[in-house]
Design a protein. Structure first.
Length: 503
């Protein structure tokens, strides 16, 4: 075993990867295979100060004849005062094609979810992409997510195993369609994590939970890796459509790439100030996906959304169990609806997902229910993009929201009822599966109607009359009984709006 010390600042160079600043350390070199059989190991130690760049790259010269790369690492976790971030160090790897922004050389990322990984032609740790270990300069990518005031001391161990490479198996992906029921309402969960990022469930376990939750479709959305894509093929079926994507996890917010082409990787190594997000939003769309900012008001470090919503196809307003940050996201989205009406521009639909990682996280709580022409990737995406959807806490909750005029005109969720400004309009909500919940009709003027609690059966019909001059749109919320005071209570469901008027 050989050791290198990277503690000295003078051994580092600062450079820019097209966006976020990064450090590159001294190169780690290995003997060639001709110098003898057996694995070779090098250990690198160093300390990162507070204020380190987002990414620190350790170049590794990989000679020819290497069968497998294996990397492990540790770092210190000193005590810090309350409210002060401690140490958190992410890890990943890029191959000989380099670290240029865009990810041509990307071979895997596990963030802080595991302390070691390997990859070779025929296999790799979840989160990493199998394939040949070609000669050249590889880069171990370290991501100092947070650094304690004392600094972050790390130890990195790199092991190369020489020998004949295994055979790379071509990936197989799930089909783009399931059997479906024609034009119907389909239930899905578009934000889920498995062992391929920081989840604890296998894809097979997630698929079983999705079926048990009554879902028709799910979307693979691992943090900063597409390695799971090839592990879903055998889990799809006539009853479950599996879309492929990624949760692009930047330091300035997360975005779900929903339903991209198989094998699509989207880079995450930029901040809002780098003005790079539009490039990668366009990449998501070119790959057939939707751009969905996730949990925009979440309080975790790096989770709060800072890129704006100009590139969004939809926004994840409800993420997992309903909490105050979801309430803020819902109010913020409603403000965007008001602005779209006032300014006469396109509106952004809302959706909800579980973001389930492990027990006791519930797959399908909440779920987005989409009116689509069939159970296909394209039809589901079109329904989400058009806002023909509502969000429910479980498959028990079903909603039908319509608005109708005096001459038989009618419109549903995500549609427009084209009536004159003073034409009487009847808004009708049919509910099932929501015992003792209260219905609220929310408009651009605020909450204009609140019902009495629904019966314990959970079913009921609520009607309200208005005009387009009084309400430019109407959307429905189902709220559980409030625990105390004037607070509205947690959501059981909410809809995208029905718009009223001739625009």
């Amino acid at each position: 075993m050989c050791e290198d010390d990277h503690a000295g600042i003078g051994r580092r160079a600062v450079f820019v990867t097209g966006a976020a600043a990064a450090l590159t350390l001294a190169t780690v070199s290995f003997a060639s295979a001709a110098d003898g059989p057996g694995p070779r190991t090098r250990t690198v130690r160093g300390t990162l100060p507070p204020g380190s760049p987002d990414f620190v790259y350790v170049p590794v010269d990989v000679p020819s004849g290497v069968r497998e790369i294996r990397v492990s690492y540790t770092y210190d976790r000193p005590a810090v005062p309350a409210g002060t971030p401690g140490n958190a160090l992410d890890i990943g790897v890029f191959d000989e094609r380099g670290t240029e922004l865009g990810g041509r050389g990307f071979r895997g990322w596990s963030g802080g979810a595991r302390s070691e990984f390997f990859l070779r032609a025929d296999d790799a740790t979840p989160g990493y992409v199998p394939g040949p270990v070609r000669a050249g300069t590889w880069h171990i990518a370290l991501g100092p997510y947070t650094v304690a005031p004392q600094g972050l001391s790390y130890e990195l161990t790199i092991t190369l195993t020489y020998g004949e490479p295994g055979e790379t198996v071509p990936p197989v992906y799930p089909p783009r369609r399931a059997k479906g029921r024609g034009r119907a309402w389909y239930r899905g969960d578009c934000h889920l994590h498995s062992v391929h990022s920081d989840g604890r469930r296998t894809p097979a376990e997630i698929a079983a939970l999705a079926r048990a939750a009554g879902l028709d479709f799910i979307n693979s959305s691992e943090h900063n890796t597409h390695s799971a894509h090839a592990h879903w093929a055998d889990l799809a079926g006539d009853d479950l459509l599996i879309l492929l994507g990624e949760e692009v996890t930047t330091r300035n917010g997360h975005v779900v790439a929903l339903g991209t082409d198989p094998g699509t990787f989207v880079d995450w190594r930029y901040r809002a100030r780098d003005n790079r997000f539009g490039r990668f939003a366009r990449q998501i769309r070119r790959a057939g996906g939707l751009v969905v900012p996730a949990h925009p008001h979440a309080t975790c470090i790096g989770c709060n959304w800072k890129f704006g919503f100009g590139e969004a196809d939809a926004v994840e307003v409800w993420n997992g169990p309903y909490t105050p940050d979801d309430e803020v996201a819902l109010a913020d989205w409603d403000g965007m609806l008001v602005a779209s009406v006032r300014e006469g521009r396109d509106w952004i639909p809302a959706m909800g997902s579980s973001d389930a990682h492990r027990d006791p996280d519930t797959v399908g709580h909440p779920q987005t229910v989409v009116l689509a022409d069939d159970l296909t990737r394209e039809a589901i995406q079109e329904g989400i993009r058009a806002g023909r959807s509502y969000v429910a806490e479980s498959a028990k909750v079903s909603l039908v929201l319509t608005a109708s005029g005096g001459r038989g005109e009618h419109a549903g969720i995500g549609e427009r009822l084209r009536v004159d400004a003073d034409t009487p309009v009847t808004v009708r909500l049919e509910v099932s599966g929501a015992p003792r919940c209260t219905v609220r009709f929310v408009t651009d003027q605020g909450v204009l109607f609140t019902s009495a609690p629904l019966p314990v059966s959970g079913s009921g019909v609520v009607e309200w009359r208005t005009t387009a001059s009084y309400a430019a749109y109407v959307r429905a919320e189902l709220r559980h009984e409030a625990a105390a005071g004037p607070l509205p209570g947690a959501l059981a469901a909410f809809t995208n709006p029905v718009f009223l008027g001739r625009e």
